[in-house]
Design a protein around this ligand. Sequence first.
Ligand code: ADP
Ligand code: 5GP
Length: 208
Amino acid sequence: MKSFAIALCAPSGTGKTTVARGLVAKRDDLVFSVSATTRPPRPGERSGVDYHFISRDEFQSMIDDGELLEWAEVHGELYGTPRANLDAAEQSRRKLLMDIDVQGARQVAQARPDTVTVFLLPPSTEAWLERLRERGSESDEQLQRRLETAKGELLALEEFDYAVVNERLEDAISAVEAIIEGKRQRSSHAEMEALRRKILEDLSATWP
Ligand code: ADP
Ligand code: 5GP
């Protein structure tokens, strides 16, 4: 069965990372795509687990060497998906789950049209702002910048294959699982062809 990738996008603070982490914890057919970024780590974030935290020079070398499947500047920092992540997922016959921004999702969808793109929405503006405030990882200025970016991202919703509201975490995770299952069924359609051919052959041999 051919593997495929899933791109999960959402305005900052919607819960995309939480949903992505919940999904990979629950399913061993998914692997989280650890991105490279020039952003400094937040308290508790680990290099190689949450992100590969690298310098601008290192990031530029990755671009120059063609090591990134996609990359974008988001809120003034660089973020990118190492091509190696997709290769490793394919080799282990697992699906790569990417927590990326809208610009990145567009690039991946172009490079790999079989990618499933999912846009996550907060249940309301109040709940969303509350989540951002509670996370408390940004200064007021950084928060303002993220909200500006969010306006553009919300306008891109129509470009996505699916949209999911992250109200109750378990429900959002289940909804993305259902999307993955639907895609898996669709992908296996082609593989049914050999079986269908065999059944038709058997039938004509038995009842010509
Ligand atoms: P993003 O990756 O989209 O920026 P995070 O995953 O960091 O967002 O989540 C932002 C905050 O919202 C975190 O404090 C997280 O614990 C919280 N959160 C995520 N999903 C939910 C949910 N369904 N209900 C309540 N809080 C949530
Ligand atoms: P954060 O700094 O909150 O972890 O992430 C900021 C934004 O960058 C989020 O929208 C996140 O999805 C996005 N992002 C994270 N990794 C990548 C990546 O590899 N490529 C792109 N294009 N965006 C990413």
